[in-house]
Design a protein around this ligand. Structure first.
Ligand code: 5GP
Length: 195
């Protein structure tokens, strides 16, 4: 998506350790007009009428998921990062290793909001090693629900998450795929995609 690539080139900051900072428009301050275009594009990429729920993870996925949901007319459920798991059987639980924070945490979704009849589109801001998305898929599968696809704002194509998921047959669509980035020069190269 050209608009997003241009914005990443203009305002993204490449940090050491393969981290792309996009706090100015995506992860801290949010450019809602840009999100709106991203939401429209995600709907175009996932036209399935079967999708009846969007699943994301707090915090950075929520904004994009909510704006996209206006084009799908479906509810958004966000997986909560939890300190203390309530072991009453009322929640689906999975473990996710955070790429940016380098720690493992539990995430939960109430069984009230995810069930066997659901056809779920997973949305997140970044796809890096794929742990966050793998955790969300695990929650959907635990619920007996169906993963219709994964919609990502920015995929870091040089990390293995996207390849691993696609090799498993998961439909992954990323609005921008960073092929390479250099924290010394700030240069960012995108994978060309059919629009
Ligand atoms: P993964 O689980 O795919 O390794 O990483 C995905 C999660 O880590 C995303 O939800 C995102 O919050 C965070 N993340 C991964 N890489 C980056 C990055 O380069 N920049 C930012 N801002 N977040 C990232």
């Amino acid at each position: 998506m050209q608009l997003l690539e241009e914005r990443i080139r203009r305002d993204g900051i490449v940090k050491p350790g393969n981290v792309l900072k996009v706090d100015g428009f995506l992860n801290h301050q949010m450019d809602v007009d840009l999100f709106n275009e991203m939401g429209k594009e995600l709907r175009r990429l996932f036209p399935s009428e079967q999708i009846n729920k969007i699943l994301t993870i707090e915090a950075s996925g929520i904004g994009i998921a909510c704006i996209a949901a206006q084009y799908f007319h479906v509810p958004v459920v966000f997986a909560k990062k939890s300190q203390s798991i309530n072991l009453d059987g009322e929640q689906y639980v999975t473990r996710i290793e955070s790429f940016t924070h380098k720690r493992v945490y539990d995430v939960i979704v109430s069984k009230k909001y995810l069930g066997a009849d659901d056809h779920v589109l997973i949305i997140d801001d970044f796809l890096a090693n794929g742990c966050a998305v793998a955790g969300l898929i695990d929650l959907v599968e635990n619920a007996g629900a169906t993963v219709e696809g994964v919609g990502i704002a920015i995929e870091k194509g040089f990390q293995e998450g996207g390849r691993t998921l696609r090799n498993k047959g998961v439909r992954v669509e990323s609005l921008a795929i960073v092929e390479a980035m250099n924290d010394e020069t700030g240069e960012i190269t995108f994978r060309s995609q059919k629009e």
